[in-house]
Design a protein around this ligand. Structure first.
Ligand SMILES: Cc1cc2nc3c(=O)[nH]c(=O)nc-3n(C[C@H](O)[C@H](O)[C@H](O)COP(=O)(O)OP(=O)(O)OC[C@H]3O[C@@H](n4cnc5c(N)ncnc54)[C@H](O)[C@@H]3O)c2cc1C
Length: 291
């Protein structure tokens, strides 16, 4: 049976719950992911998404994980796809392949160069921005539903916040259906972003991305890599308990519950969790929410 598209989900739901996985590299990691996915489906997940190329994972790994999730669970699965390392030709053939393999949901991204290639230069036969990937995906008419990334604090390389909003509008104009944000810890950043991009003419759903804190040191490193601010409150709560795994998870769960509830209470169109392939703590968080 063909997969539903995320736009089909939007047609019936004002508010959605979604979870992002990365493709596992080992059998143990794979078992953990599918165990988590089963629990999250039972919790009411509307869709899953699987990252592409991030953290050194391979394209085959993403496709394999997407296919297996599609086979095992009756909810849409979003295949992330990036410009990095592709030419216009390879992108076109990958899109054809995905279409033939039954993928109906894409997250169109520029991607980041691998850590050891920070001086990465795009060649003339390569698309260099996500909006170009959206445009190309739309050549398949309405086959794909297309999500894009948004950055409440502005993308680290954007010259300023207004230009950043304009680039999101370009992705919408190219055919994007919705946007998932980078994680953030202060909800004010999300509401200010929403106001800014609405003023720039962006009307698609902007779904907040949340990363529950489970490991303080890794969080600080990860946030630095993607240009997200770790506010003082987070340092003050988690730095003193950084060696206490259970304590960090418990406080991280509490923090995420109050952040998520506040977003929902003020009208956010859903929640997207960066769940790191685990059912906990997101299950506990969700069970405590009035969704
Ligand atoms: C929800 C989410 C999921 C992600 N999943 C993945 C993943 O699976 N794999 C992965 O590798 N990475 C992933 N990323 C990271 C993402 O690829 C990086 O943050 C990347 O640097 C930006 O991607 P983008 O799609 O927003 O790019 P773009 O929208 O193309 O923006 C990239 C940069 O170019 C600038 N720009 C955009 N359009 C133009 C233009 N027309 N002219 C000039 N400058 C322009 C922007 O300001 C920005 O600085 C994800 C990020 C998010 C928020």
């Amino acid at each position: 049976m063909p997969q539903d598209k995320i736009t089909d989900v939007f047609a019936t739901k004002q508010r959605t719950l979604s979870f992002e996985f990365f493709p596992p590299k080992t059998d143990k990691g794979r078992d953990r992911l599918f165990d988590a996915a089963e629990k999250l489906v039972n919790l009411g997940a509307d869709w899953f998404s699987v990252t592409y190329g991030a953290g050194g994972t391979t394209a085959e790994n993403t496709m394999q994980t997407v296919e297996e999730l599609i086979q095992r669970f009756d909810i849409p699965v979003v295949h992330h796809f990036t410009c990095i390392k592709h030419t216009w030709d390879t992108i076109r053939s990958e899109l054809d392949r995905m279409k033939n393999d039954g993928v109906r949901n894409l997250m169109a991204l520029r991607g980041d160069p691998p850590q050891h290639e920070r001086e990465y230069k795009f060649l003339p036969d390569q698309p260099r921005y996500a909006y170009q990937l959206v445009e190309m995906s739309r050549e398949h008419d309405d086959h794909f539903s297309i999500g894009v990334a948004g950055f409440p604090e502005g993308h680290p390389l954007a010259p300023n916040l207004d230009v950043d909003s304009h680039f999101l509008k370009m992705k919408q104009d190219a055919g994007a259906d919705y946007c998932i944000t980078q994680f953030f810890f202060e909800n004010m950043l999300y509401w200010e972003y929403l106001q800014r991009v609405r003023q720039a003419g962006v009307s698609m759903r902007i779904i907040p991305g949340l990363l529950p804190v489970t490991n303080y040191e890794k969080l600080v490193e990860f946030a630095a890599n993607c240009g997200a601010t770790v506010p003082r409150t987070i340092h003050e709560i988690f730095e003193p308990i950084k060696d206490d795994t259970d304590g960090t998870s418990a406080r991280g769960t509490d923090y995420a519950i109050s952040q998520a509830q506040d977003l929902l209470d003020r009208g956010a169109p859903g929640l997207h969790f960066y769940c790191l392939n685990r059912a906990e703590p997101v299950s506990s968080i969700f069970k405590s929410l009035k969704f």
